[in-house]
Design a binder for this molecule. Structure first.
Ligand code: FES
Ligand code: FE2
Length: 389
């Protein structure tokens, strides 16, 4: 039975305030462009928020990223070559310095002044290189969420990358909706008691948290083996999921034997930084750094945990890609119904919508003021295939 017309129209009205796959990207934000080790002495092309970028590292070790389009005849700069700290276009040889300015035109003696491409502000922190996609004048590194645990000696970490053929909003929502563990992850790290376990949420401007207490439970292999709680029938699993920015979500899980006294029981914590960089409307770069702060010298746990977590994250990707196809194929007005456990994710989606609306206003204002940086939202909705690297 389909819901009655009144309910459908109420659901549609509510959804007008939330970000969806059709919501423009948020440009005034730091996103991860790549892992530090990807910035080497070669040119790498990557599409971010619908814009093609080329990135590399200078001889002095500084990362650099430009629009991947030569100012002469639009040849992709990523098809050029690096010569010292300059990039030479592979078509007619215009030479760019590390700031994106043309410093040589081989067909003439004098170099025209004021030619160049947009060079994006970058910030390298630990294993990540962040890119500011908005107005460079507003690139405040203080806005990058603190991720100092990634370089702390208390944590041992591992990293991975997956490309997802789905919109980034759905990944944020997935991470704030832990009820899916019992279903999407039934064969990996979900357990049947997860979906109905008690939870708390925190909703603040730009910060959304959901914490679930699954007690008592039996831990799935990834956590049972790595913590040694394999035989524990009264284990505790406390899972916290935090939206830290449109580019970053963090999940932390703590495990212990619930039969032991709180003052003296060992507790085991594992954490993952879910680093979410939109590529196009229908594709997302999904970087992960997973870590733990127990048994840090046990290399087998590092490998085992990483391998098992990637299996689970691929289950998320599989689910979200299926969702994306369903939405793409749905050719009638859409409606979706929410339940109480969606509270944190709905609040988060309203925040994304608000940020996206503000970003759009700024982009259009810059366009009308004749700014050289084009409003990339105008070309962000390119097809996933065309946007793929
Ligand atoms: S297109 Fe780059 S130099 Fe001509
Ligand atoms: Fe998941």
């Amino acid at each position: 039975m389909t819901p009655n017309e009144q309910s459908i129209s109420a659901a549609r009205k509510a959804a007008e305030q939330w970000a969806t796959r059709d919501t423009p990207f948020i440009f005034d934000e730091w996103y991860v462009l790549g892992f530090s080790h990807e910035f080497e002495r070669t040119l790498v092309k990557r599409t971010v928020l619908g814009r093609d970028l080329v990135f590399f590292r200078t001889e002095g070790g500084t990362p650099a990223a430009f629009d991947d389009r030569c100012v002469h005849r639009s040849y992709p700069l990523s098809r050029g070559t690096l010569d010292g700290d300059t990039l030479v276009c592979g078509y007619h040889g215009f030479r760019y310095n590390a700031e994106g300015n043309v410093v040589e035109v081989p067909s003439q003696k004098s170099c025209p002044k004021g030619l160049g491409v947009h060079a994006y502000p970058l910030c390298e922190k630990g294993p990540l290189v962040w890119v500011w996609m908005g107005d460079p004048a507003e690139a405040d590194e203080g806005k990058i969420p603190d991720q100092s645990w990634l370089t702390s000696s208390d944590w041992v970490t591992n990293q991975g990358y997956m490309r997802m053929e789905a919109n980034y909003v759905s990944l944020h929502e997935n991470l704030l909706d832990l009820t899916h563990l019992s279903y999407v992850h039934a064969k990996s790290f979900g357990t049947p008691d997860y979906a109905s376990a008690p939870y708390q949420t925190t909703v603040e401007e730009g910060y959304f948290m959901l914490e679930r207490h699954v007690i008592p439970t039996r831990l799935p292999p990834v956590w049972a083996k790595s913590t040694g709680l394999e035989d524990c029938a009264n284990a505790a699993r406390v899972a916290k999921s935090e939206f830290l920015s449109p580019a970053l979500h963090e999940t932390t899980a703590t495990f212990y034997d619930n039969d032991l006294p709180a003052e003296s029981r060992p507790e085991f914590s594992a954490r993952t930084a879910h680093i979410i960089t939109p590529e196009s409307k229908t594709s997302t770069h999904y970087f992960v750094v997973d870590g733990r702060c127990f048994a840090t010298d046990e290399d087998w746990i590092t490998d085992f945990m990483h391998e098992q977590l990637l299996v689970a994250f691929k289950e998320d990707i599989d689910a979200l890609e299926a969702l994306e196809v369903t939405l793409e194929n749905w050719n009638r007005p859409l409606y979706e119904f929410s339940v109480a456990s969606d509270h944190a994710s709905i609040s988060m989606r309203k925040y994304l919508k608000k940020r996206a609306d503000a970003s759009e206003v700024k982009l259009h204002r810059r366009l009308h003021e004749g700014c050289s940086v084009p409003p990339a939202s105008l070309n962000q909705h390119k097809e996933a295939g065309a946007a793929a690297k």
